[in-house]
Design a protein around this ligand. Structure first.
Ligand code: ADP
Length: 834
């Protein structure tokens, strides 16, 4: 920078009329100006625009700010002003002034000056160049203000700001990095070579050194037995800043007020750290080198800084407490044997434990960041938002029943419970939720409920069944007993007697059927029903069946309903293996039902071969079965709505028996039906061991046995303990023209033979009074007279009985009640062949 070396003298030439007057006025105005300049805060100056900043005028304040008298600096007498400018700032000051001056502008600058005491102070300068007539800069004038305090305050503010910034980062008191950085920051505004921060625990009355850059203090504090005798404790107990000189420390030591260890500092500042009125420690600064390092100004700055350290320590404590609590809860929840998750305000999952993942079959990365509502089962009518709002408002939920969707298919039932966690300010932080999988319990509950309902239903059905059954048994019983009573009257006509007898027979048959069904159903329930397959010629079987159908039709007085039987050609001349008794039982039941529920039209039996099955269909044009009852009718004790068919009695076990028999034989029984139009029951059975029959058919029931079929030479012996039964049998076969004799038991049988009556055929009752039964008798007879034909006859036509009968040598078997026609057929068959 080029500075003009031209010297300038300030002078004012005033054209006045009288010299005296002029001088007086000039002096007055000078005085006024000087007084003004000396009284304004700061230095007023005028200087030459030269390289020394040669001062030509300085107001009195100059000495207050710099410590130099104006005379020492004016005209560079002892030192030039340029030399007072802090060397580091000098060039910048010159440059700023030169640039403004050349532009003829006012300048404003801040820089440091070195005072006479050596102290460096900040000043603010504002000035203008005075341009002379020749357009040269004649001088510069302006003011210089002491801004040292403001500048320091700014620096303190800056340091505090940086410390606050540091405190927001992770504060780690343990490895001292935080305090090391704090110390560096403090040293930009004061001597911070020996800085210590101490933490005081009020409850334990314990002083702990958080940090010290001072090796002596570090060592000493570890061995302090009585913290109350330390200078730091003085700060803490007095709750105010303490500023001591070396002399004062020594004094306190001497008086025994404190125990001082090591060399006393030249200056000692202790600032209490306070939080909510309590003391949590102190910040201590010591200077061992100078008595002038600290003043009131540094003390005040340190007080501000200490407050920020308090905040940092407090924050650290809060963070630690939170972390501790977090890790406590985390451990607690994560190791729970139940499923756990936490949610944020929106219900997003924050954390889930292993059990949660296992229960819902997910992996953590598949769950991360998802909303809990996504795991709720869709089939649940549940407003998750509302649930969450309530949860947050109430602060907890308990025993909420939810359904959750697992990743691997399946929905589970859970019971959900949990609290909300709040932050220090009482705001929502997160939810903790634990749920228990209760699916198995729920399932068990359901099964039990269903079983209970079923049991109750069964109970009801059983009661209804028993009531119905009692009615069904009572009505034929009443009829039988009633007519039997009437028969006692010897005066009744033969026609009546015959009618009553027939009625007793019919109702007896009804009763037998019911008893058979009850026995069957109880055997089916006990799983003890056995099947006895035999070779059955289909056509023959059907012909026999037709006889029974017709009888049934007559019995039911439904002769006006036409009956059709149709057998597919494939099956006409074949035999197959089946339990004929059971097959007959099923078909008779279906036929009987068809007749019962049909008032006009026809009933048809169709037999066909389908694949390797024989299919028997019983069709009717009856009342039909409502759709919703079609399944039920095959179940025990179920009848279609009673109102609907109130006039048609029944035990409601016939179809259940038939269905189970069909299944037992490896087949099936199904129904198709239209209400008001009719029904078709289809029985399908496996066509086992199907064989073609070469022999022509014979013994068709259609070839009606005629009266006097025999010559009167054939002998038939009826072994029967009951005279009525004997009479019945005798009457049935009498018209065939046979010699018939009666034997009540074994003794009479042999007696008769001994007396010369050699039977060609014996109708043997199995159950006989006394020690010897019909089967044993048969064995003896067959041994002695193998030619005699023995036909077993017994009540309760059990297959086992039939089998046993054959084993003991019976030629055939006829079930009681003995069908008239069947008896004739059998007797004729054997006698013709003999
Ligand atoms: P029930 O002794 O009551 O006839 P079943 O077990 O044989 O007992 O039949 C059960 C019920 O099925 C009957 O009560 C009746 O309601 C219905 N049902 C059976 N067969 C027929 C049919 N051919 N037409 C209409 N309804 C039928």
């Amino acid at each position: 920078m080029k500075i003009s070396h031209q010297a300038t003298i300030i002078g004012t030439a005033i054209d006045i009329t009288t010299r005296k007057e002029t001088e007086k006025q000039l002096n007055d105005s000078r005085r006024e100006l000087l007084a003004l300049m000396n009284n304004i805060p700061g230095i007023t100056f005028r200087c030459l625009y030269d390289e020394y900043w040669t001062m030509t005028f300085l107001s009195k304040a100059f000495s207050q700010v710099t410590g130099y008298w104006p005379e020492e600096v004016l005209w560079n007498k002892k030192i030039s002003y340029q030399e007072l400018i802090y060397s580091e700032d000098r060039d910048a000051v010159m440059e700023s002034v030169a640039s403004a001056v050349t532009k003829k502008e006012q300048y404003q600058i801040e820089y440091r000056i070195v005072c006479k005491s050596g102290e460096i102070r900040w000043v603010f300068e504002q000035g203008n160049a005075y341009i002379g007539k020749d357009h040269q800069i004649e001088f510069i004038e302006g003011i210089i203000l002491d801004i040292n305090d403001r500048k320091y305050a700014e620096e303190v503010q800056h340091v505090v700001g940086r410390i606050a910034g540091l405190s927001m980062e992770e504060v780690d008191f343990e490895n001292h990095i935080y305090f090391e950085k704090v110390r560096e920051l403090i040293s930009t505004i004061m001597n911070a070579e020996h800085l210590s921060v101490l933490y005081y625990n009020n409850l334990a009355h314990d002083l702990k050194l958080l940090y010290s850059s001072d090796a002596i203090i570090k060592k000493d504090l570890d061995t302090v037995d009585a913290p109350e005798k330390t200078l730091t404790y003085k700060v803490i107990s007095e709750q105010k800043s303490v500023f001591l000189t070396e002399e004062q420390i020594k004094n306190l030591d001497r008086k025994g007020k404190i125990i001082h260890y090591g060399k006393p500092a030249k200056q000692w500042i202790g600032i209490p750290m306070q939080l909510s009125g309590g003391n949590i420690g102190a910040v201590v600064l010591q200077s061992y080198s100078s008595e002038n390092d600290y003043s009131e100004k540094e003390l005040q700055a340190l007080e501000i800084i200490a407050q920020h350290l308090v905040l940092a320590i407090n924050r650290k404590d809060a963070v630690n407490a939170l972390k501790e609590r977090e890790s406590y809860y985390r451990n607690l929840y994560m190791n729970l044997p139940e499923s756990y998750h936490s949610m944020d305000e929106e219900g997003n999952l924050m954390v889930v434990n292993d059990k949660w993942l296992e229960t819902l079959t997910y992996k953590w990365d598949e769950v991360l960041g998802r909303n809990f509502s996504e795991f709720l089962s869709r089939d649940m009518d549940f407003d998750f938002k509302e649930f969450l709002e309530n949860f947050k408002r109430q602060g907890s939920v308990s025993d909420v029943q939810l359904k959750l969707q697992r990743k691997n298919k399946g929905i589970i039932n859970v019971v959900y419970t949990g609290p909300v966690e709040y932050d220090q300010l009482g705001n929502f932080f997160k939810t903790h939720c634990v749920f228990t999988n209760v699916t198995q319990i729920k399932n068990a509950e359901n099964t039990m409920r269903l079983a209970k309902e079923k049991a109750e239903e069964n109970d009801k059905l059983k009661s209804a069944f028993l009531a119905n059954m009692s009615h069904e048994i009572r009505s034929p019983m009443n009829a039988i007993l009633g007519f039997a009573d009437l028969l006692k009257d010897s005066s009744i006509s033969n026609a009546k007697r015959e009618r009553f007898t027939r009625l007793i027979n019919e109702r007896g048959n009804d009763l037998l059927r019911i008893i058979d069904d009850i026995i069957d159903i109880s055997k089916l329930e006990a799983g003890s029903l056995k099947f006895f397959p035999e070779t059955v010629r289909i056509y023959e079987f059907l012909e026999n069946l037709e006889v029974s159908f017709k009888q049934e039709q007559a019995r039911k007085k439904k002769e006006d309903i036409s009956f059709v039987m149709d057998c597919g050609p494939e099956l006409r001349d074949v035999s197959f293996s089946v339990d004929a008794v059971r097959l007959r039982q099923i078909l008779m039941n279906l036929f009987s039902n068809a007749l019962k529920f049909t008032d006009s039209g026809y009933v048809k039996l169709m037999v066909d071969k389908k694949a390797n099955q024989v299919v028997f269909s019983v069709l009717d044009t009856g009342i039909g079965i409502p759709d919703d009852q079609k399944e039920m009718i095959f179940k025990r004790f179920h009848q279609v709505d009673m109102n609907f068919k109130s006039s048609r009695s029944g035990t409601s076990i016939g179809l259940a028996v038939s269905f189970n028999l069909a299944r037992g034989m490896g087949g099936n029984l199904q129904v198709e039906s239209t209400e008001g139009e009719g029904s078709t029951f289809t029985l399908s059975l496996p066509l086992k061991d199907m064989k073609k029959i070469r022999k022509s058919r014979k013994n068709s029931p259609k070839e009606e046995t005629t009266r006097n079929q025999f010559s009167g030479e054939q002998n038939v012996l009826i072994v029967e303990d009951d005279y009525d039964s004997f009479l019945y049998l005798k009457n049935v076969i009498q018209p065939l023209n046979l010699n018939i004799q009666w034997a009540k038991n074994g003794d009479e049988l042999f007696q008769t033979i001994r007396e010369g009556f050699t039977p060609d055929l014996i109708l043997m009752d199995i159950r006989l009074p006394g020690d010897i039964n019909g089967l044993q008798l048969t064995q003896i007879i067959k041994k002695k007279f193998p030619a005699i034909i023995v036909i077993a006859q017994t009540a309760f036509a059990m297959q086992e009985d039939k089998k046993k009968a054959r084993e003991t040598g019976c030629d055939d078997f006829i079930a009681k009640p003995v069908s008239k026609k069947l008896l004739i057929v059998i007797v004729s068959k054997y006698l013709q062949n003999s």
